[in-house]
Design a protein around this ligand. Structure first.
Ligand code: DMJ
Length: 494
């Protein structure tokens, strides 16, 4: 496959050949800046491994079809590890050949099946899709006596069932989805403020958990809004919008939000604005993506207001790179600077929302981290890029942004960096029964953990496959994915 895409080399650039029509180029207008040019502008740092980063290295053009085959092979390697060892359980522990209950110990929801289904469909694995549909339609119990995490259930299972229904047209999957959503709904409707409780018992409807991270307040409008559209029942969308209104009414005079809020009295319990880091990350993502999916001007206008404030108050430069600091929402005073890898999705979101320059710059910041640690650490200190948390949970956020930026610009640099990300994971995190998390990305050989999180099937390999495959089942101009990588718009027949 030629040179490692991030290895220092000679000058020049690969061409972006054969890509699907880029979307929304016009919408981005003058803000659009070539990512290759932006990469070339990386400031040199004291870190030896970044030497030469100022000039973009030459790379051999990637053979898209061959790369797509490699990605599919790795997906199936992981998938059959799960099928053979943990079928019907939430997740596989690929090293010990064990199983993991993601939601509640002793209960299974077949999480990896719901996570993988639409990726299998895009890859043309129709036999596996049938097997997954049969399990979700006949085996999944959505009325278990279990206190489940509402946010996790919505983005993984409700979203998974919706995407499965859209991919296959099977009504039974929409029925399962609706049944599950009905059992989650008390978390919203029992709340005096509209801010959802964090947990609900699927059998009894009893709610618990009133200290709610911002992401859990607002990462549901894509799934609930679409469900309302598909069923003609507005109650799901209405519940989401009530939750949004509750926090938007409590924003600071600087248009910033806190980190956690109490569902019963509406008071902030942790006040720092830490966007785009967890646990607030996807709150912002869903204002834009929900607005796009549902054609909802209110959501898009909230996105604009909050994003302008985040860019004004939290964006800062460190080592010539763009990062986002933690601030006091009332005064804008700085309160910290650690960056979570989970925030890397924000590069793509900023670009999709019209801030292409900032999106490209933030992607470049994370690409510099990738040059130091080919498998990204969970957390870094922007000063010197030292790892603040050395694990990696098979995270998808960087390659989520590669996909978004490639889709918007068609520039080959996003393919090259995505491929580098993929090959590093293959080199370090591949095990006999699939792929596993790392507990320390700085060690060689890499110190590994023992889990394949569901999002590995839903996100990483889907973004990668879509970038390289020219997938005939995906509409590259209209496609919209949820925070969990579920295709909620844009399946093509075939
Ligand atoms: C995924 O479940 C989703 O992307 C979510 O929004 C945050 N993080 C995980 C993967 O890192």
């Amino acid at each position: 496959m030629g040179l490692h895409p991030l290895s220092p080399g000679t000058a020049g650039a690969a061409t972006a050949s054969g890509r699907p029509a880029p979307r929304r180029r016009a919408l981005l207008g003058a803000a659009a800046v070539g990512a290759g040019a932006a990469l070339g502008a990386v400031a040199p740092t004291a870190h030896g491994t970044l030497a030469g980063a100022r000039r973009r290295p030459e790379v051999a053009p990637l053979d898209d079809a061959a790369v797509a085959r490699e990605i599919r092979e790795e997906f199936l390697h992981s998938w059959y590890g799960y099928v053979n060892t943990a079928w019907g359980y939430d997740e596989i522990r690929p090293v010990s050949e064990g199983r993991n209950d993601f939601f509640v110990r002793g209960r299974t929801f077949g999480l990896s099946i719901a996570e993988a289904l639409d990726t299998l469909h895009l890859m043309g694995e129709d036999h596996e899709v049938q097997r997954c549909c049969a399990w979700l339609e006949n085996e999944l119990d959505v009325a278990q006596d279990a206190d489940v995490h509402v946010f996790e259930m919505i983005i993984r299972m409700v979203g998974g069932l919706l995407a499965a229904h859209l991919a296959t047209g099977r009504k039974a999957l929409l029925d399962r989805c609706r049944e599950l959503a009905n059992r989650l709904l008390p978390a919203f409707t029992a709340s005096p403020t509209g801010i959802p409780f964090t947990r609900v018992n699927l059998r009894t409807g009893a709610v618990s958990g009133s200290d709610v991270p911002l992401a859990e307040v607002g990462t549901n409008v894509m799934e609930f809004g679409l469900l309302s559209r598909l069923t003609g029942d507005a109650k799901y969308y209405d519940a989401s919008m009530r939750a949004y209104r509750a926090v938007m009414a409590r924003r600071s005079s600087l248009d910033l939000l806190g980190t956690r809020i109490n569902a019963e009295n509406g008071r902030w319990t942790q006040t720092d604005s830490i966007a785009p880091n967890p646990p607030v990350d996807s709150f912002y993502e869903y204002l834009w993506a929900g607005g796009e999916l549902l054609g909802d001007a209110q959501l898009l206008s909230w996105y604009r207001t909050l994003t302008d404030a985040v860019l004004k108050r939290q964006a800062y430069q460190e080592g010539g790179r763009l990062w986002f600091q933690r601030v006091d929402p009332a005064t804008g005073a700085r309160r910290g600077s650690r960056q979570s890898e989970l925030g890397a999705f924000y590069a793509g979101l900023l670009a999709k929302g019209g801030n292409m320059t900032e999106g490209v710059a933030f992607y470049r910041s994370w690409t510099d981290v990738l040059k130091v640690y080919p498998v990204l650490p969970e957390e870094i200190d922007p000063a010197g890029l030292a790892p603040a948390h050395r694990a990696n949970d098979l995270r998808p956020e960087y390659v989520n942004s590669s996909f978004d930026l490639w889709q918007l610009t068609g520039e080959s640099v996003y393919k090259e960096t995505a491929y580098a990300y993929f090959t590093a994971m293959r080199e370090h995190l591949r095990v006999a029964n699939g792929y596993t998390v790392a507990s320390d990305v700085t060690t060689r050989p890499m110190k590994l953990g023992d889990l394949t999180p569901g999002w590995w099937f839903a996100e990483n390999l889907k973004y990668l496959y879509l970038i390289f495959s020219r997938c005939p089942r995906f509409d590259y101009a209209k496609g919209l994915l949820s925070t969990e990588g579920k295709v909620l718009r844009g399946f093509l027949p075939g």
